[in-house]
Design a binder for this molecule. Structure first.
Ligand SMILES: [Zn+2]
Length: 501
């Protein structure tokens, strides 16, 4: 194959081509046990300690379907506006892979549990409806570890190890319909879809949806059609993209790369591709199998799944509030703009702010601390807001201390720092660091007198009625008290001294 070295700049590519995207998302369900046996699904156990004859595919072992996994999948299907099959079967997908001890995967093929749904995604103030083709249930594979190579990939490795703990964990695959017509927004729509899906799955409490631990994994399909052409182009499938940002970057890169291939008069090859985090590029993997390569047939060791209609309705009735509805409710309760709401959602502060408000802070204060001081801390330490060593209750307490004028903003920041540094609760930090605001007149009078004495010119202006000049004297009091004075009270005392005598 001739290698096309150049990329077409993104904006230029969009003038000639229209992208179509599609996403296949794998979600490990948060069941306590595996899909077809009683082994635990706990992450991070000693390799090959959570295995049994069923998930190791030993001869004579028989699988039994996990009812909770079926229930969770129906919950997902209903939340995605899908139809739920009243009768369906599992299928055997036959292929050899070292991390799959049975040499087949129990999956669903032509009889998925949930079909034909949709989810709305907000991008730049517009709503894009993403169609859902199917939601089906299967079992995860084990995990190969390639040792001794530089990249962790099989190429260049000295040897490989296999951990079967993950083999048999229930895995839901959510496949979108192709999404055309998003133009230059395609990469952002892909990212927004995965984000919305993650939030929805979290609200449904069916998975811990941690991309970094692999419980949410994404394959991103991209194709380009020449503008005005009736037919879509050939798609590539970028495998296992493992962050929201990477989803966006991988679509963007494929648009630039495929445009270059097409401009050169070549054909895009239907293949899987690997995404590289370090430079945002993709490289060719294997050419894509056709369904017939897997020799699917109905799994003979399992009875069909036939969810009772009453049970499905019971699951529907118990669905929680969805993220979009919750955002709308909070936005109206808090009286914030679309832009402010987007900032809260994008920074991952929504849950934290809600909990802080529940702990007694005003929405404005809760937003101020989480999006200001605490976001700065998170940025500096490269952590998520939710990973900071401070709770919404702590933040609400600091906010209450400011409201009560026990702390001013400057001292409050020091208290937050102390809590983040592990010095205890806000009250512990206030006591240990002696941080409370000095508002007591007898303690302030001395600093006020000293400030007036040290700044006779300014004092004279205030005496002549130029009250705005008093600010400089308040500043001097704050400096002298190392920021601990109650500025409002200090100003009152200064004006009393200079205007009433
Ligand atoms: Zn097992």
């Amino acid at each position: 194959m001739t290698r096309v070295a150049e990329l077409v700049p993104y904006d230029e590519a969009l003038t000639r081509y229209e992208p179509v995207i599609g996403l296949e998302t794998h979600v490990e369900l948060g069941t306590i046990t595996k899909m077809f046996c009683g082994c635990p699904t706990t992450f991070g156990l000693e390799p090959n300690s959570a295995v049994c004859p069923v998930c190791l595919g030993l001869p004579g072992s028989l699988p039994v379907v996990n009812r909770v996994a079926i229930e969770y999948t129906i919950r997902i299907g209903l939340a995605l506006n899908c139809s739920i099959a009243s009768w369906c079967r599992f299928a055997r997908k036959n292929y050899f892979y070292p991390d799959m001890p049975k040499n087949f995967q129990i999956s669903q093929y032509d009889e998925p549990l949930c079909t034909d749904g949709w989810i709305d995604v907000d991008v730049d103030g517009q709503t894009v409806r993403v169609g859902i083709e199917r939601v089906h249930l299967e079992e995860d594979t084990g995990k190969s570890l390639h040792m001794g190579g530089a990249t962790g990939r099989i190429h260049g490795a000295d040897y490989s190890l296999v951990d079967y703990n993950r083999a048999g964990i229930p895995l839901v695959e959510i496949v979108t319909k192709p999404v055309p017509g998003t133009g230059a927004l395609a990469p952002v729509v892909a990212r927004a879809y995965v984000t919305e899906l993650r939030d929805l799955l979290r609200a449904l409490a069916v998975s811990d949806v941690r991309m970094e631990e692999g419980s949410l994994r994404c394959d991103v399909n991209t194709s380009l059609a020449r503008r005005g052409a009736a037919e879509w182009g050939t798609r590539t499938e970028t495998k296992n993209v493992n962050s929201f940002r990477s989803v966006e970057r991988s679509v963007r890169f494929e648009i630039e790369r495929q445009a270059a291939v097409l401009d050169a008069g070549q054909r895009v090859v239907q293949e899987t591709r690997h995404f590289h985090e370090n430079d945002g590029t993709t490289t060719a993997g294997r050419s894509k199998e056709e369904a017939q390569d897997y020799r699917y047939f109905p799994e003979p060791d399992l009875v069909p799944v036939a969810p009772d209609a009453a049970w499905v309705e019971q699951i529907r009735a118990a669905l929680p509030e969805f993220p979009a509805a919750r955002r709308a409710r909070l936005q109206s309760q808090w009286g914030v703009t679309d832009l402010e709401m987007a900032a809260l959602t994008n920074s991952g502060a929504l849950d934290l702010v809600e909990a802080t408000v529940a702990a007694g802070a005003t929405p404005a204060d809760a937003r101020k601390w989480w999006l200001g001081e605490l976001a700065r801390h998170a940025n500096e330490s490269g952590a998520e807001l939710s990973e900071l060593a401070i709770t919404p209750v702590d933040v609400a307490r600091v906010s209450a201390l400011v409201q009560a004028r026990t702390l001013n903003d400057k001292l409050a920041r020091q208290v937050l720092e102390g809590v983040l540094a592990g010095e205890g609760s806000p009250d512990d930090v206030v006591a240990a660091r002696g941080l409370a605001v000095v508002s007591d007149d007898s303690a302030l009078t001395e600093a006020v007198d000293a400030a007036i004495a040290a700044n006779p010119d300014i004092a004279a202006k205030v005496r002549e009625g130029k009250l705005s000049a008093a600010g400089a004297l308040v500043g001097a009091v704050m400096t002298a008290t190392r920021g601990q004075a109650d500025a409002t009270r200090a100003r009152e005392l200064i004006l009393q001294r200079l205007t009433t005598s």
